[in-house]
Design a protein around this ligand. Structure first.
Ligand SMILES: [Fe+2]
Ligand SMILES: [Fe+2]
Length: 250
């Protein structure tokens, strides 16, 4: 697969003036819609966490992350608006995707999570994965507005990832290894599936257009390697997963 557009080489005006083939806009719009939705659902999850977690030292960081996830969602929806796509239109384009395995983790955080253990698992599942997606794929996007937004988001997601590894270690100490291991077994398949299916036609288009750098399966592997280290450092057990997408417990 070769990329046809260099990092940061396309601006909104290039798309609006019709200088780039129409399929580029369609693929980009879908990618941005999915990115915006993931940020929005993560913000909703942090809002739920704020309502259900009581330890003050955690609440301070939850408030910070919540404000930042809102900002990330706003940035990406603003990029969509520049292409003439409203938030409602973007969200509507994802109706069926939202029911699939790639959105199970952010949806679970937004709709069902409650309490400290879910917060810990969600941040390990969403902030660490988000950091990889944005750092590896979007930072070098051929679409300059997405690359610029990714740069801003990345600095904050690096802090979220640090928070994730700290709370994972704390949870193992506070709550004991058993419930945290159970949480990992519940959340890890969802977290890995967040990257999406391997080798899809959509990702092929994204890579060809320079909107992504790597296939979903490569990112998923990167995530598992990183997480395995964190899990071992916290004295926890890394769950074993099935090979094929959507991944489940082995
Ligand atoms: Fe974010
Ligand atoms: Fe985050």
């Amino acid at each position: 697969m070769t990329r046809r557009f260099a990092p940061g080489s396309i601006e909104a005006a290039d798309l609006l003036s019709g200088h780039v083939e129409g399929n580029f806009s369609r693929v980009l719009t879908r990618l941005l819609a999915a990115h915006a939705m993931a940020e929005k659902l993560t913000a909703m999850g942090y809002q739920r966490a704020l309502d259900s977690v009581t330890r003050p030292e955690l609440c301070t960081i939850i408030r910070k992350n919540l404000a930042e996830e809102h900002k990330h969602a706003r940035l990406i929806y603003a990029a969509l608006a520049d292409l003439g796509v409203s938030e409602a239109q973007a969200d509507r384009s994802l109706v069926s995707a939202l029911k699939g395995p790639s959105f199970a983790a952010p949806r679970h955080f937004a709709e069902h999570s409650a309490g400290e253990l879910d917060l810990v698992m969600a941040t390990v599942s969403l902030d660490v994965t988000g950091l990889i997606m944005i750092g590896v794929n979007y930072k070098e996007s051929s679409y300059a507005p997405h690359a610029r937004a990714a740069e801003l988001i990345l600095a904050e997601e690096e802090e979220h990832e640090l928070f994730a590894s700290n709370v994972l270690r704390d949870a193992a100490e506070h709550l004991g290894a058993e419930p945290v291991n159970a949480g990992l077994r519940e959340w890890l398949p969802r977290a890995v599936n967040f990257f999406g299916p391997p080798g899809s036609g959509f990702t092929f288009d994204c890579i060809t257009y320079g909107l992504k750098a790597r296939d979903n399966s490569e990112l998923a592997e990167l995530y598992l390697t990183l997480l395995q280290r964190r899990v071992q450092q916290a004295g926890l057990d890394m769950p074993r997963l099935t090979q094929d997408y959507p991944h489940a417990l082995a």
